[in-house]
Structure formats: C-alpha cells, structure tokens
Design a protein. Structure first.
Ligand SMILES: [Zn+2]
Length: 98
C-alpha cells in the first residue's frame, strides 16, 4: 500500500464543519508535497470562505498522490452542505473502462 495516500483511500461523507477541517488538512498535504492539486473550481483557501461559494452548486478539488499517481477527489455540495471524499471519477472510469 502507498505510504503517502494509504490512509486516504476510504470513501467517506462529511458535513460543513468537517469540510473546513479537510480544506486545512489538504492545504498542508499539498504544501508538504504529499499531494499535488491538479484541478479545482477555486483555490483551497477560497473554498473555506462561504462568500466564495456558488449559490447552488458543487465545489471540487482533485489531488494526485506524488508517489503512486492515484487521483483523489474532494467534492462538496454547497446547497445540501454535504460532501464526499473518494477516488477521482477519472480513475474510476479508467478502472471500469479498460
Ligand atoms: Zn499514493
């Protein structure tokens, strides 16, 4: 199992309070070069301020593990105030499509 992302492979759901905590945690993981952030709807630090949220929509951030290249996605529904951490859809598609 990958040492860097092995603790992040379980899908889980979270609420708004946990989302803010995850944004801070992931920002540190990008800064210490555990993950690269490869796609986002807005910078991580913007997502931690409700003023920047789309009125009705979703915020996504995609990360790549620097060791094994696995992609992980943080998504948050700003209307339902519910989010999910999971393998990125692109990887899931690759697994099922090839
Ligand atoms: Zn990894």
């Amino acid at each position: 199992m990958c040492e860097k992302c092995g603790n992040f492979l379980e899908r889980f759901r979270f609420d708004e309070r946990e989302y803010f905590a995850l944004l801070g945690q992931l920002k540190r993981l990008v800064e210490n070069r555990t993950f690269d952030e490869v796609a986002d709807d807005m910078p991580l630090e913007f997502a931690s301020d409700r003023k920047n949220w789309p009125v009705e929509g979703h915020i996504h951030h995609v990360f790549v593990c620097r060791d094994c290249q696995r992609r992980l996605e943080l998504s948050f529904d700003t209307r339902r105030l519910a989010g999910m951490w999971d393998l990125a859809r692109a990887d899931a598609n690759e697994l099922s499509g090839r």
